[in-house]
Design a binder for this molecule. Structure first.
Ligand code: NDP
Length: 472
């Protein structure tokens, strides 16, 4: 199936056969998946490295967005994570091979190019599409570490539903579309939202800006910068400086959410490809070719200006077409033979039903809700993995299938429960959950370990295996 040629030292493929991929795509935002869809339909069997913890989460920035209302084809809008699920399903349907890992290093000094993943796998490829996107910036105030997940967050969409923010004064810093979207979103939870803007205008699109300015629950503080975070165990106020007068004042808030733009994820490319002064990949004007033969760029990693889902998708398409032409021109493409001219429909996944006395199943690997949690916590003798999620949290969306895979691989030696903190805020409060996703591992009614954010499968598996081994 896969294009192959002998090459010493490769660890990808069986020991007797090493593989040089036609095309490797790094990144799983709209740019990466669109490139994959086009390349897969061109029978190139592209391999897509989704990314995992480096540079954000798989699925990219749309995973931390709520409603995407400007992506053509969805007249009523679509949730960012759902849009990315659909892109992924479409890429898979046409034969994209997914590697759920980070790209740890890249060697572009000679062809074929070499990439090592965070799982230790070495992958060789004739061509490469870099679609690694950009990561959320931080303010860098002194108290950031102390209050991280204790009032300060980079993702209002993930953490807004946290009980500690309910009916409290909250602040968002930034003046772009993200800041406006997050400010509006937080009005669902906070009593009042303060938007801290460093200039006297919003950079956001007119539609977003109008929504903010017309919302009585949002107060915009113009020309203000955040100097410090104040509080004991949890953020209780922020110190602001008026940039026109220099005066400072303290604004009592329980939450401070960052939405101050992004930095391109080009760390791995330093010294290997031409980058501009801000670190963005330099391409030929209006084209996807980078400074190296066979290496193409798509999406925000090479776009400091437009940065939209739809422009990223468009540039992913260009990059795939350019890669296909380049491979053909150099007679490197080894197309796969498609077994089915029409691949099977992608299908839809059914959401897990919330368990109650009627449908609770003591042996089910994965259940949802407070009923299942109480029953398993009290009655089950197995390790119990509890994941706290919120409905629009993109990282939760990424983590859940990973946890389910861990439980599958452990064949019933541990069980899992999902708690939606919006549906069960009192459970989240009792558990001391300060953001989503949070995972807690219980055994013998004791909390054994806790994780925040998206983590590798092997971390959960090792923790559960250590418990089961110790009790055997
Ligand atoms: P942007 O770069 O557009 O905006 C960043 C904002 O943060 C600017 O207002 C900037 O101020 C401010 N800022 C930057 N650094 C600081 C700092 N140190 N202190 C205070 N403020 C700071 O980023 P976004 O994440 O908002 O948007 C990225 C892209 O994604 C854009 O193209 C946007 O249109 C798109 N997007 C679209 C959405 C949608 O359509 N649903 C939702 C979210 C994003 P200044 O203006 O003074 O430079």
């Amino acid at each position: 199936m896969v294009a192959s040629a002998p090459l010493p030292g490769s660890t990808h493929g069986s020991p007797s056969e090493v593989v040089i991929e036609n095309l490797v795509i790094v990144g799983s935002g709209p740019a990466g998946y669109t490139a994959a869809i086009y390349a897969a339909r061109a029978n190139l069997a592209p391999l897509l490295i989704t990314g995992f913890q480096r540079g954000g989460i798989p699925g990219g920035q749309l995973m931390t967005t709520t409603h995407v209302e400007n992506y053509p084809g969805f007249p009523d809008g679509i949730l960012g994570p759902e849009l990315m699920d659909r892109c992924k399903a479409q890429a898979l349907r046409w034969g994209t091979k997914l590697v759920e890992a980070d790209a740890e290093s890249l060697d572009l000094s000679s062809r074929p190019y070499r990439l090592v993943t965070s799982e230790g796998e070495t992958i060789w490829t004739h061509s490469l599409i870099l679609a690694t996107g950009a990561s959320a910036n931080r303010l860098g105030i002194k108290e950031e570490e102390r209050f991280w997940s204790r009032g300060i967050s980079a993702c209002a969409i993930c953490d807004g539903a946290t009980p500690q923010f309910r009916k409290e004064q909250l602040a968002v810093v930034g003046g772009g579309d993200s800041a406006c979207e997050e400010a509006v979103y937080l009005t669902k939870y906070g009593s009042q939202v303060h938007l801290i803007v460093r200039s006297q205008s919003l950079r956001a699109s007119a539609a977003m800006a109008d929504r903010v300015l017309a919302n009585p629950a949002i107060i915009v503080h113009w020309n203000r910068e955040v100097l410090a975070g104040l509080g004991e165990d949890w953020l209780s106020a922020i110190r602001l400086r008026d940039r026109t007068t220099g005066a400072t004042d303290d604004l009592p808030v329980r939450g401070l959410f960052y939405a101050i733009g992004h930095t391109p994820n080009t760390e791995l490319l330093q010294g290997q490809l031409e980058l501009d002064e801000k670190g963005y990949l330099v391409t030929r004007p209006g084209r996807p070719e980078t400074s190296l033969e066979g290496v193409f760029a798509a999406g925000d990693v090479a776009d400091a200006e437009w940065r939209q889902g739809i422009t990223a998708a468009g540039s992913g398409c260009q990059a795939a077409l350019a890669a296909e032409r380049w491979l053909s021109h150099h007679q490197l493409a080894r197309p796969v033979e498609r077994q089915n001219i029409e691949p099977e429909p992608a299908g839809a996944t059914e959401p897990t039903a919330t368990s109650d006395a009627g449908n609770f199943d003591a042996a089910a690997l994965w259940q949802k809700g407070g009923y299942a949690l109480r029953k398993l916590y009290h009655d089950s003798e197995k390790p119990l993995l509890v994941v706290y999620t919120s409905p629009s949290c993109g990282p939760c969306h990424v983590l859940k299938p990973q946890l389910k895979r861990v439980l599958d691989e452990l064949s019933g030696r541990a069980l899992g429960v999902e708690i939606d903190i919006e549906a069960d805020p009192e459970i989240a409060q009792q558990a001391g959950v300060t953001g989503t996703p949070t995972v807690q591992l219980f055994f013998n009614k004791q909390l054994q370990q806790q994780w925040q954010g998206v983590k590798q499968r092997r971390e959960f598996k090792a923790a559960i295996e250590a418990l089961t081994a110790a009790s055997a």
